[in-house]
Design a binder for this molecule. Structure first.
Ligand code: COA
Length: 704
């Protein structure tokens, strides 16, 4: 919808930066020729290591070392400059010191190179934004996409391209790993090799001056070599840009750096409760990405997400030990993973694979005598039976069993089954078990040394299934009514930084926020007239000069009739003029008293995502429980309903011990306040009182 003021158009622009034409990233991954600028014969240098990896990784396209002095590097003919290379170059990897990078970028433009990885440090990260901006300018003018600066490089398994200065032996797989930190990416390359986890791609982002997470996620959307994208993120330059990412495949984000920067700057409840990590959390939910809490969890999830999704909720546990079976059952309960519960049917199906003393309840206990044959048979049956949707295999190391043979039996039966259902394995034991786990992982079965990791990995399939089922909601910012914009503009013209209470109420009402009956009166006569049919009511003093109304005796609650109003009005005026003799009194606000569950609805500004809306349990609970949820503006009614579901005390809103809420009018409020997002800094509706009769904003503050 079109906005009617300059503020609104500024808001639109601010939330749509980076909207330049998408650049072609294919040369990063499928280059015909690769140049390493700053390649060196000195093995201590990064330029040597990268060239060595490009050659040693098995890349078969043209390889061009660029060095002003040497004729040959690592057995390849070297060129003094990029422009001297006779062949086609799609990817240039820059490893020369910072002062030379701009001139190399200019050479890239001359040579027609479209993809560049800038390894060099010494730009934005140390305050040298001038040179970084210049590089970006050259790139944009010449349609060059670049990674970095300040990166480890990139790797792409399907074309055997390893243009990093990390290890060379990375295993093939279907995970694309995007890392803001280069050093961590190197460390995790080593870790994936050790754990036998394959990678399709690895991209280091560094300063993200050009190519960012969104560009790469959207590229990998269309890449059949990638099943799942894993992002290590420290922060975002532009949250609203990232929120527009088109998510087609599972994206796991490991976001670190939880700061309270946003909270410090905020003046309202909403602001102080936000904190940028809460907003990231909300944005990730809104976007439909999976947030992991640790590297191990992120990689565990990534491995699991290459499995088929479970068709239903019936999981079966196969174990050789009772204890591990019980603890797995507990963890499944925690994650609300359903376990098939039909001992007779299970006995009928599994009796031939088990000794007489085995257990047919779920977990199926094939006992400590379960060898490769029994594991193979039991998993084959579980994988074949339609009533079983998911298989969890557990093993405790014993001296009479051989974990590697058991792993072989499991792999064989999974391969024979056609791999149509998800299966995870947890094996607990020593070195022999560790080797068996690596064998399973190498064969595409997500396998873990603890039950918790295995079930968390399995659970991610249910999480992703839920995200897939969630209907996408196209949300646009609705225009605010012109009268509301006028009220705000007038207050701004008067140099005020907030609206008066009755102004705030009127603005919200105009936007569609339900409010209790209210009236503003400047005299006793007006008050008596306005109050007709509104009792019981509250009366509050209104003055630009009075911030804390209660301190000056400016609040009266539960006024039952006209007589009480008359006496309390006179007394209040007297009290206030004594307590605050210089204050100019604008009048009084009369508000109908309502009862119900008190919630808080707010809107504040986040430095990365712009306007965000908050919902939570209100009144005295706001500070104590901090049980609130957030969404980034704009969002529609479906997402607004998720805001209510997200808080821990959400049960209360479903009718708890006689308490009733009207979710429809809460959703209406959450949607309505967004209309003024372009014009205000913060909104606090505290409380929004809700009951089966509806919801209404009893008290509201709007900060400009
Ligand atoms: N074109 C081609 N080659 C050039 C050149 C140019 N314009 N200017 C210099 N070179 C050559 C040098 O002669 C040298 O080769 P040599 O060993 O044969 O003499 C090579 O490029 C490298 O230059 P040098 O001056 O030796 O720099 P260096 O290797 O010590 O450092 C960087 C270069 C890029 C590695 C360094 O500046 C840097 O930024 N390091 C940090 C990288 C980093 O940590 N990135 C983030 C990862 S997480």
């Amino acid at each position: 919808m079109k906005m009617s003021s300059e503020d609104a158009s500024n808001y639109d622009q601010a939330s749509s930066t980076h909207q330049a034409k998408a650049k072609d990233l294919s040369g990063f991954f499928h280059p015909k020729g690769v140049a390493v600028v700053g390649a060196s014969n000195n093995s201590a240098k990064i330029g040597y290591q990268i060239l060595n990896n490009v050659i040693g990784g098995g890349y078969t396209g043209g390889i061009y070392p660029i060095n002003p002095k040497d004729e040959e590097i690592l057995g390849r003919k070297a060129y003094k400059r990029l422009v001297d290379v006779p062949g086609e170059i799609d990817l240039a990897v820059i490893t020369v010191p910072a002062p030379y990078v701009i001139s190399v970028m200019e050479d890239c433009a001359r040579k027609g190179v479209k993809n560049v990885a800038i390894i060099t440090s010494g730009f934005g990260e140390v305050g040298n934004t001038k040179d970084e901006d210049k590089i970006k300018q050259i790139a944009d003018e010449n349609d060059i996409a670049f990674l970095g600066p300040n990166i480890l490089g990139l790797l792409y398994g399907p074309t055997d391209l390893n243009a990093t200065f990390g290890p060379q032996e990375v295993l093939p797989g279907k995970i694309a790993f995007i890392s803001q930190s280069g050093a961590l990416a190197i460390a995790f390359m080593g870790w994936t090799i050790m754990e036998k986890i394959g990678l399709a791609a690895l991209c280091s982002l560094g300063n993200k001056a050009d190519v960012d997470e969104r560009a790469l996620i959207e590229y990998f959307n269309e890449d059949d070599n990638v099943d799942v994208v894993l992002v290590y993120m420290e922060g975002l330059k532009d949250g609203t840009h990232f929120l527009r990412t088109n998510i087609k495949k599972p994206v796991i984000i490991l976001k670190v750096g939880r700061t309270q920067r946003g909270a410090k700057a905020a003046a309202s409840h909403t602001g102080s409760l936000s904190g940028s990590d809460n907003i990231f959390e909300a944005a990730f939910k809104q976007l439909g990405v999976l947030r992991a809490q640790s590297f191990a969890e992120a990689f565990g999830w990534a491995r699991a997400l290459s499995l088929p999704l479970p068709k239903g909720d019936n999981a079966l546990i196969i174990t050789n030990g009772g204890g591990i079976g019980v603890s797995t059952t507990d963890v499944c309960e925690d994650y609300k993973i359903g376990l098939i519960d039909d001992p007779e049917w299970l006995q009928e199906k599994f009796s031939e694979t088990m000794p007489d003393f085995g257990s047919y309840k779920n977990p199926i206990d094939i006992t400590g005598q379960g060898h490769a044959k029994e594991y193979g048979q039991a998993t084959s049956i579980a994988l074949k039976e339609d009533r079983i949707d998911t298989v969890i295999v557990l093993y405790c190391e014993t001296s009479v069993t051989n974990p590697h043979e058991i792993a072989q039996g499991i792999v064989q039966s999974y391969k024979n089954s056609g791999q149509k259902k998800p299966m995870v394995v947890a094996m607990v034991g020593g070195q022999r078990t560790r080797d068996a786990l690596q064998f399973l992982n190498q064969n595409g079965i997500p396998s873990f040394s603890s039950v918790e990791e295995a079930i968390s990995a399995l659970n991610v399939l249910f999480m992703w299934k839920k995200i897939g089922r969630k209907e996408k909601e196209e949300a646009t910012l609705e225009a605010a009514p012109s009268r509301a914009i006028e009220i705000i503009a007038k207050a701004k013209d008067e140099g005020r930084d907030s609206l008066l209470e009755h102004e705030a109420r009127e603005v919200l009402e105009l936007c569609g926020v339900p409010t209790p009956r209210w009236a503003f009166a400047t005299t006793l006569e007006e008050a008596l007239e306005g109050a007709e049919g509104m009792y019981p009511l509250a009366m509050k003093i209104t003055s630009k000069d009075i911030i804390h109304k209660t301190d000056v005796g400016g609040v009266e609650l539960n006024i039952k009739d006209a007589e009480e109003l008359r006496s309390k009005y006179t007394k209040m005026m007297q009290r206030v003029s004594e307590a605050s003799p210089d204050a100019v009194i604008d009048g009084v606000n009369l508000i109908q008293m309502v009862s119900g569950i008190e919630c808080i609805v707010g809107m504040s500004q986040d430095p990365q995502f712009g306007s965000v809306v908050m919902f939570g349990l209100g009144g005295v609970f706001v500070e104590a429980l901090k049980d609130v949820s957030f969404r980034v503006v704009p969002f529609g009614p479906k997402e607004a309903a998720c805001l209510i579901q997200d808080i821990k005390t959400t049960k209360i809103f479903d009718g708890f011990r006689g308490m009733k809420a009207d979710k429809k009018t809460i959703v209406q409020t959450l949607c309505a306040i967004q209309k003024i997002a372009p014009y205000v800094k913060e909104v606090d509706i505290n409380p929004l009182v809700t009951s089966e009769r509806g919801s209404c904003a009893v008290d509201a503050r709007i900060i400009l």
